[in-house]
Ligand binder design. Sequence first.
Ligand SMILES: [Zn+2]
Ligand SMILES: [Zn+2]
Length: 741
Amino acid sequence: AMDNSYKDVTDPSVFIKFKLKDQDASILAWTTTPWTLPSNFALGFSSDSDYVQVEHHGENLIMAKDRLKEVLGDEYKILREFKGRELEGKEYEPLYHYYPSNNNDYHLYSANFVSMEDGTGIVHIAPGFGEDDTQLGKEHGLSMAESVDDTGMMDPIVEVAQGKYFKGADKFIITDLENRGLMYKSTKITHSYPHCHRCETPLLYKAQTAWYIDIQKVKKQLKDTNSDINWVPEFFKHGRFELGIDSAPDWCISRTRYWGAPIPVWECVCGEKIVAGSISDIEKLSGQKITDLHRPDIDRVTLKCPKCGQQAKRVPEVLDSWVEAASMPYAQVHYPFENEQKFKNNFPADFITEYTGQLRAWFYVTHVISNLLFDSIAFKNVIVTGVIQGNDGRKMSKNYGNFPDPKEAIEKYGADSLRLYLMGSPIVLGQDIAISESDWANELKTTLMLLWNSYKYFVTYASLEDWELKVEFTTRPTALDAWILTRLDQTILDMDESLSSYQIPKSVAALKSFVDDLSTWYIRRSRDRVGPGSLNIEDKEIAYTTMATVFKVFLRTSAPIIPFISEYLYRHLTGEESVHLEDWPEVNDRSVIDTELLSKMSQVRKIAEMGNASRKALGIATKQPLSQINVSGNFSSLKDEIELLQLIKDELNVDEVVLIDSKEQGIEFDTQITDQLRAKGKARELVREIQEARKLAGCRLDERIDVELPDWPKESEEEIKRKTLVDNLVKGDTVKIKRHP
Ligand SMILES: [Zn+2]
Ligand SMILES: [Zn+2]
């Protein structure tokens, strides 16, 4: 049923006395559907519950002990107490004799659906009305009476409510039972009752003849072919999916509705059934042109019975819409009527994805139909997603206000951040998650902005200097460049591997880790290498080439995960039409990865991390140069790595790095600040101040200027001028930018 199809309604709540045959006592049973009483064929009780026989206003009544107070109030005397199972098989006088019965009818039977929450602990059973009743009727061979027809009208045979609509029959039946002294009590109850979700008409539970697929017959095959499907997460394969097959009932594929795909079966009065396989089948047997396969047109088409020559009529039912959902692989290409090759090329599908609810629905029915038609699976790989709950773990609801407005949040954080958030979460491994707006927002801050700013940094300086885009190196890349390039290869291989096995969160983790390395280490450590203030032309060329290579290749890798930012940056960088038209970058195999360099760089970063933490603890800002840092630990592999040691020097602003072999890991700065170091620190501080002032004055990045300063260390004058693009340093009261006319 749809979530919103239950509504609170007020219905009769009646307590009826069923006279036992072998003693002077009545079973007190309860129902809210008096209109089903003419079809009563049994009473149900709970075997293990306690029941009582009581004297009440001079009558002997039998009911559940737990329900006494609620139903009878205080005026009763308990005569006898016993377990429900004692009632098994007792016979009672039927309320009505409209329908033929058999020897199994009008007895008490144990029923596991009897509840002690309402009623009397004894329920009236009308097989054919409701699943429980029908099932119990089947088990005990009870009769079934169709006292209500498919339009909801009472059977004329039921004289007390002849020709009434089923809901309207209640009052006539109640009055009749009251007149005959069989009604103990008749009140009203407000309870939730299913309604048609379109027109809000109360629904009627009723047995009907229907069309089924015999699932029991194909269960073994369904399970056998399931072994060919790659389930992500894997535990659904032999878990919920296979257990679902095990417990699956036969599939009722017919619906008694107007709208839907009409079942293509025509029935002749002689009993012959004609199953039409195509429009031309229908045209051949009907002798008329078919233009509409839907009701009502198709119902007017009669087929000539090949057996007796009479006119066969279409059966009234339409198909369960899951049959259509399950037919997608064939119906979408109009197979078998055309596109045979296209169908064969794409079946079974490589990949499908849907949420856990489909384990018993779409995944299941699709599997059934493909097995029935082709003895085949319908899909090779499937990702089962969980459900997004509200931020409090409850179902998302406007009333609870427990989820961010999707449109507003996408406006704020972007769709790529939502993809990173969800694709990186266990929801793509079949688990439910509680939506977190801050986690979503964080993807923008921690990954997308880092990528954006890294690219912006590169492209700002590269275009400022009219650097021409190329990805071939003319000289050997530095260790830092080689490191980010091998990290790129590693990332491509990692993502390729996890995407190939449909492990989406792993691929997202690899992507995020690369962006983090790119931004917080590679770009951070390359800041002095590019731009007009950097003198080492050769190194600048290497840095630009590395960055260009990284972005050109990485954006192709990131495109499937974060398509929008990847597209924007790739087009900006290359001028190509679309990153989504490019191939996935190829990396031969793991042998190209420089694992030694990766391990050395992680040692460098470890030292940098310890050094930064130590400077913080010492209260000596990084801008103040220090003479030396002693690093103890097992870092001997870095001993001859001049470029790598230089990275540590630059990051921690020290002149010397001394490695000391030791089992203990630790670092120690020489904290003595000489006049010379102080002057260097002062120079560095001035560079920062001038750059700030340049920004405030709105100078172009390559604009040369003059500057007034109160004071500066003479030995650093050239360095200051070079780094800040200053032609003349002049004495003045404050830091002041003087732009050239
Ligand atoms: Zn309706
Ligand atoms: Zn016939």
